[in-house]
Design a protein around this ligand. Structure first.
Ligand code: 5RP
Length: 228
């Protein structure tokens, strides 16, 4: 059997996930290369099946794609409820806790996820791990005081690094904030860490997405698998 590339696995799970979308739903649209395939597949379904769907985007990048495909959009503040959000993830543990923010969209992603009745993550198999921590944990911080936060994280042994963009400048999020990535290797107590990070003045949001998801679609070389 021919080995599927990571991109092929992402496409597979993106296409699979849109089966959860039903006519009339308001759907949160995540961010990233896996979600991109899902948004393409959703636009195709909307067009072919004349579905009445409202999308709620989680980043400027997803907004641009969704608009180009004529998916009707509303802001999270203008919808009564979000029925379902489909998003990617950077790392998922056996108990479905996750790290997100590799694409720097964690803030809007978490706002949309926490306002959704159901969340589904779509990933290729490389994202699954026994314990969280191998993917650097993104923390979105406001620029003012960010060097102080950086020092605090260093003293805690979190091996922080300011994220840079393609041109070597400090990466700015859609909200014009900065990202500090924490190189933790192993996160033994995610809830404690989440509470600590949320308690730091200047931290806008962190990439630990805990207790939000009960369905993960994983792309394996022999096909997508739905884990619940
Ligand atoms: C963006 C995210 C993405 O969902 C995550 O980085 C996964 O992206 P990809 O599907 O490109 O691997 O959290 O902030």
């Amino acid at each position: 059997m021919k080995m599927m590339s990571q991109n092929e696995l992402k496409k597979l799970v993106g296409e699979k996930a849109v089966a959860w979308v039903k006519d009339g739903m308001t759907v949160g649209l995540g961010t990233g290369s896996t979600v991109k395939f899902m948004v393409d597949a959703l636009a195709k379904r909307i067009q072919e099946e004349h579905l009445n769907i409202i999308g709620v985007v989680t980043s400027a990048a997803t907004e641009k794609q969704a608009r180009s495909l004529n998916i009707p959009l509303k802001s999270v503040d203008d919808v009564e409820k979000i029925d379902l959000t489909i998003d990617g993830a950077d790392e998922i543990s056996d108990d479905f806790q996750g790290i997100k923010g590799g694409g720097a969209a964690l803030l809007f992603e978490k706002i949309v996820a926490t306002n959704s009745r159901k969340n589904i993550w779509i990933v290729d198999q490389s994202k699954m791990s026994k314990k969280l921590g191998s993917f650097p944990l993104p923390v979105e911080v406001i620029p003012y005081g960010s060097k102080k936060l950086f020092s605090k994280f260093s003293q805690k042994g979190y091996a922080p690094a300011f994220r840079l963009d393609d041109t070597g400048q400090l990466k700015r999020t859609d909200s014009n904030n900065l990202i500090i990535d924490l190189h933790l290797n192993e996160i033994n107590h995610p809830h404690e860490l989440a509470a600590y990070l949320s308690g730091q003045v200047g931290v806008v949001e962190h990439g630990l997405f805990l207790d939000l998801v009960n369905t993960v679609i994983v792309g394996y070389p022999d096909g997508p698998s739905v884990l619940k």
